[in-house]
Design a protein around this ligand. Structure first.
Ligand code: UDP
Ligand code: MG
Length: 308
């Protein structure tokens, strides 16, 4: 059992304040688990002292690998780059700022050994974050889960362990707008939660600006659902139905008490707008299909083969 290899993937962006402390704790936690391991840092275009610190850590620790981007490509791509070069039988993705406690990894590894292919951290509590962040996160996870055709577990970030089989599927999905949580949900597989308390950032400030958060939120919804595209169609049908009722009412009124002529025009307008919306929705449906083709995801994912 002890011949498994683990890869820890850590994206870093302007994190010179927290790096050393973070490495010490993660390294200790990984050592405790008992398997051989590597720690892969991906520098997502930081221009402070982050790279110097990483060079130093890598010099003293041959199991530390460092990838450095030419510019900021974003957290999701940094994680992807780390996954591309990871050699492990299991890959663990963790933020550098110690908000996700490294000690939880041992528990994740246990669940993986028990057969979990994706073991994700579920936040039962978030400490040291603003009410605004907690509230937007709470609403967003629920909206996302309502929009997505595949169940995305609530209140989970990217802190997770994925087995080799799952990692290989990830590597075959090369879409540009990446939302790793949603991609995991799309893949299926045996998914197991590990509950933990999300701590305060150990040092430094959040690197997820409102703009980055909005982009991620938007990628999450647009990447996993074509519902927004077909929304117009449903609205259009509703408007057409409304205009039909209106027409009926107008005819009855015209035959009894009489109606003002502009009401006919209003009803015709409603009908025309409804028709336009329906056609927008139909176009949306085609666009959704094109978008699916463009992503070029595998058609299906085989989990097990017998006698083949
Ligand atoms: N990060 C990154 N690129 C970015 C933004 C963030 O690699 O453009 C890294 C960051 O260094 C950290 C992780 O992504 O390891 C999560 O970022 P942060 O802790 O700032 O986000 P928050 O926890 O506040 O949502
Ligand atoms: Mg953080």
């Amino acid at each position: 059992m002890k011949n498994k290899f683990l890869s820890l993937i850590v994206p870093v962006y302007y994190e010179q304040e927290v790096l050393e402390m973070s490495f010490a704790r993660m390294d200790a936690a990984m050592k405790d688990i008992g398997y051989p391991y590597e720690i892969i840092y991906v520098n997502d275009g930081s221009r402070d002292g982050t790279m110097d610190k990483l060079r130093q850590i890598a010099r003293d620790n041959p199991h530390v690998k460092v990838l450095s981007f030419s510019r900021n490509f974003g957290h999701q791509l940094a994680v992807t780059a780390g996954m591309d070069i990871a050699k492990g039988d299991a890959l663990i993705i963790i933020d550098v700022d110690l908000q996700d406690p490294p000690e939880v990894i041992a528990e994740m590894v246990k669940k993986w050994e028990d057969g979990g292919e994706i073991v994700y951290g579920k936040r039962v509590k978030r400490e040291g974050e603003t009410i605004f962040k907690k509230f937007t996160a709470f609403c967003y996870y629920r909206l996302l889960s309502a929009m997505s055709a595949y169940p995305i577990p609530l209140d989970t970030g990217d802190f997770r362990l994925i087995g080799r089989k799952v990692a290989d599927v990830f590597l075959s999905m090369r879409e540009r707008s990446r939302f790793l949580r949603g991609m995991s949900a799309w893949m299926g597989f045996e998914t197991v939660p590990v509950e933990y308390v999300r701590n305060e950032r150990a040092a430094g400030k959040t690197k997820y600006t409102l703009k980055k958060m909005l982009k991620l939120a938007f990628d999450g919804i647009t990447g996993f659902s074509s519902r927004p595209l077909t929304l117009a169609g449903w609205l259009g049908m509703f408007v057409i139905a409304l205009s039909m009722f209106g027409l009926l009412a107008l005819i009855i009124l015209a035959l009894t008490v009489g109606v003002r002529p502009w009401l006919w025009a209003l009803d015709a307008l409603l009908l025309l707008h409804g028709i336009t919306l329906v056609f927008l929705g139909i176009q949306g449906a085609y666009m959704g299909r094109m978008y699916d083709e463009l992503k070029g995801r595998p058609l299906y994912i085989v989990k097990e083969k017998i006698n083949i």
